[in-house]
Design a binder for this molecule. Structure first.
Ligand SMILES: CC(C)(COP(=O)(O)OP(=O)(O)OC[C@H]1O[C@@H](n2cnc3c(N)ncnc32)[C@H](O)[C@@H]1OP(=O)(O)O)[C@@H](O)C(=O)NCCC(=O)NCCS
Length: 175
């Protein structure tokens, strides 16, 4: 969908920057006392949505989350620190980057445990996609992420197309 010709507001990466901290409790963990992967994905989705809301200033829905590597376990009692910001705005969609750290307050250690890229789509109250403000990268880091985001978008499009063709070639399964 193209929205050329419309005058859209322009925002910086700074305006979308978001952060949340969670104390990991037994209810968040598996039988070994490690944070559940699905719970971590939930936190990543939330902090990613905060950045997207701040940029789009309307409703947003999660369209996709790229693959996540769980680099190290997070234990009960740890503090989980999640940071997000917009990498690039397209037409109605936005790529948000999320980085996750864990702080062990007893040992005084702080380490990176995961990263993810999410795509959010701005929608109106009826769920129809709407154009978003454009993003202007300011710092060298902003510019690097901005350039990398277009490459990931192209890969996502290819993957979506491949899945579409695979679905079309597979007969509907009966339930
Ligand atoms: C995401 C959604 C709005 C896209 O709707 P659609 O009819 O496919 O819309 P379009 O084809 O017009 O695409 C709209 C934008 O979404 C992007 N998009 C669609 N599917 C995508 C995907 N799987 N990954 C990344 N981006 C995607 C398109 O590239 C397009 O971006 P652009 O406007 O910046 O170029 C729709 O699939 C939806 O509502 N999904 C459910 C979302 C949801 O419930 N999420 C979980 C709870 S929040």
């Amino acid at each position: 969908m193209e929205f050329s010709g419309q005058s859209l507001p322009v925002r910086s990466v700074r305006e979308s920057r978001s952060e949340m901290t969670e104390l990991i409790l037994p209810n968040d963990t598996n039988t070994l006392g490690n944070l559940l992967g699905g719970r971590l994905m939930h936190f990543i989705d939330l902090v990613g949505a905060m950045a997207a809301y701040r940029h789009a200033r309307t409703h947003v829905v999660t369209a996709s989350m790229d693959h996540i590597d769980f680099i190290a376990p997070v234990h009960v009692g740890d503090l989980l620190i999640l940071k997000s910001s917009l990498n690039r705005a397209f037409n109605t969609s936005m790529e948000v980057g999320v980085k996750v750290w864990v702080e062990n307050t007893v040992a005084g250690t702080y380490r990176h445990v995961g990263s993810a890229y999410l795509t959010f789509v701005a929608v109106d109250a009826r769920g129809r996609s709407v154009p978003v403000a454009q993003l202007v990268p300011e710092t060298d880091e902003d510019k690097r992420r901005y350039e990398d985001a277009i490459r990931r978008r192209e890969l996502r499009k290819l993957e979506l197309e491949r899945k579409k063709q695979a679905r079309a070639a597979t007969p509907e399964a009966r339930v």
